[in-house]
Design a protein around this ligand. Structure first.
Ligand code: IVH
Length: 671
């Protein structure tokens, strides 16, 4: 191939890949298969390997940057990045409209309503259509240069799709982690005993602050734009035109907006968006109402913090105001101590709540929460309520700082800092023990029915359980004197404990709550080693080379089995008759390499079905992607169905799944 031919082919390939990326990452509408895509990408990369001159900064190969950065350089925002004032009722919103009308007595401004994306504000600069800089908001005047991290985001074009790109185009918007991805990430973290991210925004901020772009590349972040910064060689007269222009340039922008003439239109748009936003892939916490005509912006001006031509409307039903009475500290099974707000009871989204999470001490500091404060709490989705903001105007001066405890609230051992988390280092801590037993008894671990939180507390407080292994030595005589425990329920509990001995190595390993070991790693370890004994004697090198394991889990597992206390626990479990062998895989691994997502209600508990899929070699994940082989459809399917249809993932019924499972199994089903 001549140089000229190679250059032409390179241009063609880059162009095609950009088009497919846009269709896939922005429109969720894949145009070609993964294999076809990979072939194009490989061809492009090979061309560049042979002739490095071909590499351009906007080549699709240039997304995953090189080595970690020593730190972020500052970026000065020539046009400051402002924030928005909030409103919580239509009356407050209408007051904003009245203020605008008063400031523009001779004009008739119109309005636009957009979703308020709950992400991390970013600015991206294109020069002559090529992405040259990406930055965080920082304090609004100076942010961090996160170009390398933003380049990894596939929905973000490295080159604008404009025939005549302007000299400078700075666009502003939000980086976000799709809600589904966030939920999956937290489920994995929970299963591994790692601290949870408070919300998608926190997870996004954490990812963007990574100094190693290769780690960022593994988090499927996305972006959406709505605003403008510096501009040279381009003009625009209104917000609705701007949104259209963004789309034309290949930049993701809100999928819907509403144009409004008056208050009545605004009220309708606010209501319509509240419905619409539930189907969006990103978290939204309100609406942004903007004057549509840009020529009024200069006249309206801004306050120190926010423009006078826009305002946020926060959907209020899920927010409540109450007083923070005190802070309790809860110990998790790996010893992480979580601050929990205890508040004057308040009605919030369908129930009365008196406790809300404060996440961690970093968040307490960031929000400036003090004891005695009037605080706002919110319930995001089904998550437990969280403290979101302090009402500083209600301060009396009597409020007290929240001091991190020095000792474990459960066992009084001095606590240690581990990054932003406080940890209790005592392996015999009763708080950790309670959390561990709850985890051990979980449905996807040893599945001990009837062993709920209050019973666990009772058993530990009564001194009957000093370790999970003690469960298997409980007797009727010990249980009967406990409050609220009849003979029947005591017998039922003992029988559930007895049955749990036979769950197999994978679920036992998961149930032991070894740091970083989630369900997937537990299964990989069980199927590789077959017996606990072999795993117990394995070296870290041997463990870490297993698929789904890696060095962090490898070290954690070998450390676990080196610890005398843990070895004793496992010995006692073995003596009690807990089986420590991997369940024999079912016949041929008929579902090997296939990935399933389950949605809706099936005839059996979802976990049971998932377990059978896994035993046949298949994988079960929470969210639909183009890697999903089948969507198993129950009654009343959720949003996963919509996503599956968008991506063209085949749907199968429970019966069809049964046939797939039966196809190669040899009757080795657990009861
Ligand atoms: S316009 C001059 N539009 O919300 C500031 N902001 O709470 C103009 N945000 O700092 C901002 N969605 O990071 C605007 N559709 C939207 C938005 C939006 C989310 C963020 C933005 C802003 C913050 C204020």
């Amino acid at each position: 191939m001549t140089k000229e031919e190679a250059t032409r082919r390179h241009g063609q390939l880059a162009e095609q890949i950009r088009k497919y990326d846009y269709a896939y990452y922005v429109e969720a509408r894949p145009l070609i298969s993964d294999a076809e895509y990979d072939a194009l990408y490989d061809e492009l990369r090979d061309l560049e390997r042979r002739d490095p001159d071909l590499v351009t900064p906007d080549s699709p190969t240039q997304r995953v940057g090189g080595a970690p950065l020593p730190g972020f350089s500052p970026v000065v925002h020539r046009v400051p990045m402002q924030s928005l004032d909030n409103t919580y009722s239509l009356a407050e919103l209408f007051a904003f409209v009245d203020r605008v009308a008063r400031a523009l007595p001779k004009e008739r401004p119109t309005y636009i309503v957009e979703p308020k994306i709950d992400g991390v504000s970013i600015s991206v600069v294109y020069r002559k259509g090529i992405l040259v800089q990406g930055a965080t908001r920082g304090d609004g005047k100076t942010g961090d240069d996160i170009t390398a991290n933003l380049r990894t985001i596939r929905a973000l074009p490295l080159r604008l799709a404009l025939r005549h790109p302007p000299e400078v185009l700075e666009v502003r918007g939000e980086a976000y982690l799709p809600v589904q991805v966030f939920e999956d990430l937290n489920k994995e973290r929970e299963a591994r005993g790692e601290p949870l991210f408070a919300n998608p925004r926190n997870a996004t901020a954490g990812s963007l602050k990574q100094l190693d772009p290769r780690i960022v590349a593994q988090r499927p972040l996305s972006v959406i734009f709505y605003g403008a910064g510096e501009m040279d060689g381009i003009t625009c007269e209104s917000q609705d035109r701007w949104l259209r222009l963004l789309a034309e340039a290949g930049l993701p922008s809100p999928s819907r907006h509403w144009l409004c003439q008056d208050k009545e239109d605004l009220a309708d748009a606010i209501a319509a968006l509240d419905d619409f936003r539930k189907g969006l892939p990103y978290a939204t916490d309100g609406a942004v109402v903007k004057v549509n005509e840009w020529r009024f912006y200069g006249l309206l001006g801004s306050t120190a913090k926010a423009p006078r031509w826009a305002i946020a409307y926060k959907y209020g039903a899920e927010r409540a105001r109450t007083r923070l009475l005190r802070v309790a500290f809860q110990v998790g099974r790996t010893g992480v101590v979580t601050p929990v707000a205890e508040m004057e009871p308040v009605f919030l989204a369908g129930s009365t709540v008196s406790r809300a999470t404060l996440h961690n001490f970093d968040e307490i500091k960031r929000k400036g929460v003090k004891i005695g404060d009037w605080i706002y709490i919110e319930k995001a989705g089904e998550v437990i309520p969280a403290v979101v903001e302090v009402d500083r105007s209600a301060r009396t001066g009597q409020e007290r700082e929240i001091e991190p405890p020095e000792q474990c609230p459960a066992c009084a051992t001095p606590l240690r800092w581990d990054g932003i988390f406080l940890r209790c280092p005592n392996p015999k801590c009763s708080g950790q023990l309670k959390a561990l037993i709850r985890h051990f008894a979980r449905r996807n671990a040893m599945e001990i029915e009837g062993l709920g939180e209050s019973l666990v507390n009772q058993l530990v407080d009564a001194g009957l359980l000093q370790d999970v292994a003690d469960l298997y030595h409980l007797t009727l005589a010990e249980l009967l004197p406990l409050g609220r425990m009849g003979r029947k329920s005591a017998e039922k509990l003992l029988s559930a404990i007895e049955q749990s001995k036979d769950r197999g190595l994978a679920r036992l390993l998961f149930g032991l709550g070894i740091l970083h070991v989630g369900e997937t790693a537990a299964e990989a370890l069980a199927s590789h080693f077959g017996t606990l004994e072999r795993l117990w004697n394995a070296s870290p090198e041997e463990v870490e080379k297993i698929a789904y394991v890696g060095p962090i889990i490898g070290k954690s597992v070998t450390d676990y089995f080196r610890d005398a206390f843990n070895r004793q626990r496992v010995d006692r479990l073995r003596q009690a008759g807990v089986k420590m062998e991997a369940k024999r895989p079912t016949g041929r691994r008929t579902l090997q390499g296939k990935t399933f997502v389950i949605t809706g209600t099936l005839s059996k508990p979802r976990e049971e079905i998932a377990e059978r899929i896994r035993r046949s070699g298949g994988k079960v994940t929470e969210s639909v992607s183009r890697k999903t082989s089948f969507l198993v459809l129950g009654t009343e399917p959720g949003s996963k169905l919509r996503q599956a249809r968008r991506l063209g993932v085949p749907e199968i019924s429970e019966d069809e799944l049964e046939r797939l499972l039966d196809g190669g199994t040899n009757g080795d089903e657990a009861s």
